[in-house]
Design a protein around this ligand. Structure first.
Ligand SMILES: Nc1ncnc2c1ncn2[C@@H]1O[C@H](COP(=O)(O)OP(=O)(O)OP(=O)(O)O)[C@@H](O)[C@H]1O
Ligand SMILES: Nc1ccn([C@@H]2O[C@H](COP(=O)(O)O)[C@@H](O)[C@H]2O)c(=O)n1
Length: 223
């Protein structure tokens, strides 16, 4: 059972998907982590992130691993555990630049599909920006998880309270969405994709909306 979830930055994709996967006994795949890990790798290698040819040349050397157990999440590049490093503002600020390079998207999409195909759990929730449309358009459950921009900004600010000025958090989130939207459409639901708008939902209500949809889809598939 593949569950595909897309949405803008701060919409709750990773936290909600992880909690829903835990409840369903599913695996969880965070695809943004792969883009972030590749950005980290390019920075470490001294690659010019704004030169698409240089970024493309770095693709074959990228050795990536991710934990898909929602209780044992990790991200590795070669021997390095980069789970925390890839969340740093310096990586958030540059990830969109490498995410627009076609060779990067092609390689990472292949990795995402391999991970989905090899899960030993009864299902996997994969979240990102192009999962419902490009990575797994055939997934039986496809969701656009969204929330009003001001709500997403205040949730992200609350999460990062004290680590960064509030206006900077909001600016970065908006800038990243604008850049990413030039490459894939994750603001509107494609045909057959169900929108869950969490603007007026609590975290638990949002998780419930996802698990209810997955269970209903599984029941329909059985009949
Ligand atoms: N329905 C909700 N109610 C309250 N808080 C929420 C809700 N959904 C998510 N959150 C909180 O919003 C914050 C952002 O969520 P999360 O990091 O999962 O978003 P994301 O879409 O994965 O973001 P990004 O794309 O930037 O990685 C987290 O602190 C999360 O706990
Ligand atoms: N399917 C995806 C997932 C992510 N990206 C790019 O990665 C960045 C980080 O993603 P987060 O989910 O961790 O915020 C995101 O800003 C995109 O540039 C992508 O292109 N496709």
């Amino acid at each position: 059972m593949i569950v595909a979830i897309d949405g803008p930055a701060g919409s709750g994709k990773s936290s909600v998907s992880k909690a829903a996967a835990r409840e369903l006994g599913f695996a969880y795949q965070d695809t943004g982590a792969a883009y972030r890990a590749f950005a980290w790798y390019c920075v470490e290698q001294g690659v010019d992130l704004h030169n698409p040819d240089d970024v493309t040349d770095a693709v074959p050397g990228f050795d990536y691993a991710i934990g898909t157990d929602p209780d044992r999440y990790y991200v590795r590049v070669g021997r390095h555990d980069v789970t925390d490093d890839i969340r740093e503002p310096r990586i958030s600020a540059v990830v969109s630049a490498i995410a627009r390079v076609p060779a990067v998207r092609e390689r990472l999409t292949a990795i995402f599909r391999e991970i989905m195909a090899s899960t030993e759990r009864p299902g996997i929730i994969t979240e990102g920006r192009d999962i419902t449309t490009v990575v797994a358009p055939e997934a039986p459950a496809r969701i656009l998880l969204t929330a009003d921009e001001d709500v997403r900004m205040s949730r992200r600010s609350a999460e990062l309270a004290g680590t960064q000025p509030e206006h900077l958090v909001a600016e970065q989130l908006g800038a990243r969405d604008r850049l990413d939207s030039q490459v894939v459409d994750f603001m509107s639901a494609a045909d057959g994709v169900v929108t869950i708008d969490s603007t007026h939902l609590t975290f638990d209500e949002t998780v419930r909306a996802v698990t209810d949809l997955v269970r209903a889809t599984m029941a329909t598939d059985r009949n």
